[in-house]
Design a binder for this molecule. Structure first.
Ligand SMILES: [Mn+2]
Length: 384
């Protein structure tokens, strides 16, 4: 059977205030197109469909349409909640999605309460899929335990609880079926994409690759934004996000994973690059150097780091040159030679002191000095 694995859509995520809904719409349609052409039997969406727990209606529309398009393309669509999603809302919507032929699970639960999905493909192959939506550390490690335990002990307790949960669900695996675990969690040692904001990654609440079930044909992971295979007893992959979510991911090629599996043999996994979303790119240099690169940046979203003495309106000049620059920052050139010892302020004029301050901040803008002088004179005239 064929499984399409996608994850971490983060629909509703803005880039420095710019909407990316059009890109999400395009890339999710691209994924549905792949599901259709490849005639996949099962689509797994392993969490963080949304950027936030309270997604705006237009973001919700993009996700609902994407799930329905996937359902049109493929008989079995399964989505689990990630830490960015409103996991309670996922569970509340689940019956509505069920009516539409889509399985949604917000919180981890017992096998017989929706924690394990069994299905049979059109060609008659059975599949058993254990679902582990994101489990927060507050759920797995209680407050009074947190008070007693040190960090290593509480992360260890979390990993142990996750192992018990995963083992309990994977007991449903059968020798005659394709057995899959779908989970939204951090596996220690995996590489971050750079756009993940969560404390869940930074503070090491996660599991070890060796905790993943030996009996799985495939382990579908969500949470990290970079597609990658994990060291584990079974083929285990993060699908990564379908768009470059933030500038830390600008070198990542985004993928979906196509998994070919049969009972009795480990899965074969193929990455399929996605091309619909714009890329993210950082340009760095003096204004002239950045200007020279302008013709070849195409549609990329840009972060511009200028090495240039700053002046009022400099960011506007960059944005006029590069309309897709969403982040402009100025890095002061390193002062040459030894820093001058600070001189006494006594007996020096305010203008002189301000000019010295501006120079020390890397500001080279005569207009600013003149404006300061005018305001200063006005202020003095007020007090006289
Ligand atoms: Mn996540």
């Amino acid at each position: 059977m064929k499984i399409l694995h996608t994850s971490d859509w983060h629909v509703g995520k803005q880039l420095r205030g710019m909407s990316r809904l059009d890109e999400h719409r395009a890339v999710l349609a691209e994924i549905a197109g792949i599901a259709r052409t490849e005639q996949v039997d099962i689509v797994l969406v392993t969490g963080d469909l949304f950027e936030s727990a309270a997604p705006a209606p237009d973001a919700q529309r993009v996700v609902w349409e994407a799930l329905l398009a996937l359902r049109d393309a493929c008989p079995q669509v399964i989505a689990i909640g990630g830490n960015h999603d409103n996991q309670y809302a996922f569970d509340a919507w689940a019956p509505v999605f069920h009516a539409a032929g889509i399985t949604v699970l917000g919180h981890a639960t017992r096998a017989d309460a929706g924690g394990v999905v069994e299905c049979t493909t059109a060609s008659g192959e059975p599949a058993v899929i254990a679902l582990v939506p994101f489990v927060s550390q507050r759920f797995a490690v209680r407050a009074e335990q947190l008070l007693e335990l040190d960090m290593a002990q509480s992360t260890g307790l979390y990993a142990e609880r996750m192992r018990v949960l995963i083992d309990a669900l994977c007991r449903a695996f059968r020798p005659d079926a394709v057995n899959v675990l779908a989970a939204h969690c951090y596996v220690r040692g995996a590489k971050l994409g750079g756009g993940e904001r969560d404390a869940q990654v930074a503070n090491e609440y996660g599991i070890e690759g060796v905790q993943l079930p030996v009996g799985a044909h495939y382990v579908a992971l969500g949470h990290l934004h970079r597609a990658q295979r994990i060291e584990a007893p079974a083929p285990a992959w993060y699908a990564g996000s379908p768009i470059q979510v933030d500038f830390g991911e600008e070198r990542d090629v985004k993928h979906v994973l196509l998994v070919e599996a049969a009972p009795g043999t480990p899965a074969r996994v193929e990455t399929r690059p996605l091309r619909s979303a714009w890329t993210l790119r950082t340009l760095e240099g003096t204004l002239d150097e950045v200007r020279a690169q302008a013709p070849e940046v195409g549609d990329a979203w840009l972060r511009v780091v200028l090495h240039e003495p700053t002046r009022a309106g400099l960011a506007d000049e960059v944005r006029a040159l590069l309309p897709r620059a969403v982040d402009v920052r100025v890095e002061r050139p390193e002062p040459e030679g030894q820093p001058e010892p600070s001189r006494s302020r006594r007996g020096r004029s305010a203008r002189e002191l301000f000019a010295e301050y501006a120079a020390s901040e890397g500001v080279d803008d005569e207009r600013l000095l003149q404006l300061f002088a005018r305001l200063y004179d006005d202020a003095l005239a007020e007090v006289r």
